[in-house]
Design a protein around this ligand. Structure first.
Ligand SMILES: Cc1cc2nc3c(=O)[nH]c(=O)nc-3n(C[C@H](O)[C@H](O)[C@H](O)COP(=O)(O)OP(=O)(O)OC[C@H]3O[C@@H](n4cnc5c(N)ncnc54)[C@H](O)[C@@H]3O)c2cc1C
Ligand code: SF4
Length: 470
């Protein structure tokens, strides 16, 4: 059926069907169903085809959203796919996990007028899921093969996006990654209930089938230095992400049962993919029958609490030092977590970890906070409320306080690599070029912990610059 556009008054906003909490917490499958065709067309037809599309402006990839919504509404899905994939190398992944409320949909004009945004992410996902189903997503076939090669360190979204663009230009592309599977945080960080692993695996398989060579279990720093990788290739892209967890400093750190978020999520993701994970089997990294406390209020904390629910925790609580309105995580994820039974204890900070026999954690001593005067950035700083201490029972405590870059200069044996005061790689903002000739960088290792869509954007920009350089 073909739909006319500007139907935002006739058709209400309808997001894809969400599985009920009692059902979805029994497994790690995605919680949203795909649109059926009629629904996708109807929802795409709500677009008001603005002269200045703010959705497109606020999408980091500047996706041509109004045009692919119109093509979808008209039933011209293959053309919609061609257009959508021209600017985004992973549209179905962004459609699933972009925080659309802060990006495209948050800036949709009909959202501002109170009609509810066009469900851009869900339509984007529908277009490309359909393309995979129909066989429209093909291997990359360069028009000409080039003899030059590019070495990419890191098989996360930044590295994969760059690899695809460079292969399309005919370069011989080699990706080196220390994990045993490609995908970076798409595989080992983000849980299956947000992004099923098969969606990422079909993307990396397509790159393999297109002639890109993956060197998994290959750690730059251990298996080769940066200089050795540079000597092998005409250009190098560093896309290694940020993995050093921010420390928590209070009495009791080091107790048994206190873990960093990524250690816990990686174990859970590995288990889900059928790996034998000793620390999970022993119970150390399994939340089953435990009282779990997660410290932090970002996306990683939300993934931890919701994973713990699915593992069968007795209770799951999230401690965050600011209030709901000031938390960094997506509101959609907070709502999902609350529906699944997670309790948020807002405006609370840990003071100490209490332990029992064999140094096993038994509780978190916490204190209530209030928002004080705004700091230089205008954000109110949390201040402790004297005498408000209390103890929260816990058998497993997970810290999700953000990530920092590793010490790349030492790791890569490359003191000449320019880094910022925060340890991220210093690059030219537009091209990703570093001060070392032929060495580029992209993704979280440049921006600090960020988003998949920004990693893709950086990877594509760097690929463009590498092509011009070579
Ligand atoms: C738990 C969690 C949930 C998240 N959820 C979301 C979300 O819902 N939506 C969203 O948009 N973003 C989310 N993010 C952020 C997003 O995953 C990152 O911004 C994105 O993956 C960064 O991509 P990247 O390619 O720069 O790095 P990564 O994805 O981290 O990939 C880096 C790769 O480099 C490899 N590597 C590192 N060092 C070396 C070395 N020395 N040698 C060889 N290989 C190396 C790593 O093994 C890894 O495969 C989440 C992050 C986390 C931690
Ligand atoms: S890539 Fe992300 S921000 Fe851009 S249109 Fe898709 S969901 Fe929106």
């Amino acid at each position: 059926m073909t739909e006319n556009m500007l139907k935002f008054v006739d058709h209400e906003q309808e997001t894809p069907v969400k599985r009920v909490a009692s059902k979805r917490t029994g497994d790690f499958h995605e919680i949203y169903a795909d649109y059926i065709t009629a629904k996708a067309e109807m929802q795409a037809a709500r677009c008001s085809q603005c002269g200045v599309p703010f959705c497109q402006v606020h999408c980091p990839l500047h996706n041509n959203i109004p045009d692919w919504l119109k093509l979808t509404a008209e039933g011209r899905l293959q053309e919609a796919y061609d257009l959508s994939s021209a600017t985004n190398s992973m549209p179905e992944i962004c459609g699933r996990i972009c925080p659309q409320d802060r990006l495209c949909e948050g800036n949709c004009v009909i959202e501002q007028s109170g009609h509810g945004a066009v469900t851009i992410g869900a339509v984007e996902r529908y277009i490309t899921d359909t393309a995979w189903e129909k066989g429209w997503v093909k291997e990359i076939k360069p028009l000409q093969e080039r003899s030059q090669s590019v070495g990419i360190i890191g098989a996360g979204p930044a590295g994969m996006a760059a690899a695809e663009a460079l292969r399309l230009q005919g370069y011989q592309v080699h990706i080196y990654d220390r994990y045993d599977r490609a995908g970076g945080l798409l595989i080992y960080g983000i849980p299956g209930f947000k992004l099923e692993k098969s969606i990422v695996e079909r993307r990396s398989k397509r790159l393999v089938d297109s002639g890109i060579v993956f060197h998994q279990d290959f750690e730059v720093g251990r298996d080769a230095s940066l200089a050795q990788i540079r000597a092998k290739h005409d250009a190098v892209l560093v896309a290694t992400g940020v993995y050093k967890a921010r420390d928590i400093r209070c009495p009791g750190v080091g107790a048994s049962g206190l873990h960093q978020a990524m250690t816990y999520l990686t174990a859970s993701n590995r288990k889900g993919m059928g790996d034998m994970v000793e620390a999970f089997e022993s119970g150390e990294l399994n939340a089953q029958d435990k009282h779990v406390v997660v410290i932090g209020g970002g996306g990683t904390a939300m993934d931890c609490v919701r994973t713990a629910v699915r593992q069968g925790a007795k209770s799951v609580k999230c401690l965050y030092r600011r209030d709901r309105a000031n938390m960094p995580g997506s509101m959609r994820e907070v709502t999902n977590a609350e529906e699944e039974g997670v309790e948020f204890i807002w405006q609370t900070a840990p003071k100490a970890f209490q332990t029992g026999k064999q140094d096993q954690i038994t509780g978190v001593k916490a204190i209530r906070m209030r928002l004080g005067a705004p700091d230089a950035s205008g954000r109110q700083s949390p201040v402790e409320i004297t005498g408000s201490e209390f103890t929260e029972k816990a058998d497993l405590v997970l810290t999700a306080l953000g990530f920092l870059p590793e010490d790349l200069l030492t790791l890569f044996d490359a003191p000449e690599l320019p880094v910022t005061d925060w340890g991220t790689i210093q690059t030219d903002f537009k091209t990703g070029a570093t001060a070392l000739e032929g060495v580029y960088a992209a993704g979280d290792i440049v921006r600090g912990a960020s988003l998949v869509v920004w990693a893709i954007k950086d990877g594509l920009d760097a690929a463009d610059a590498i092509h011009k350089f070579i």
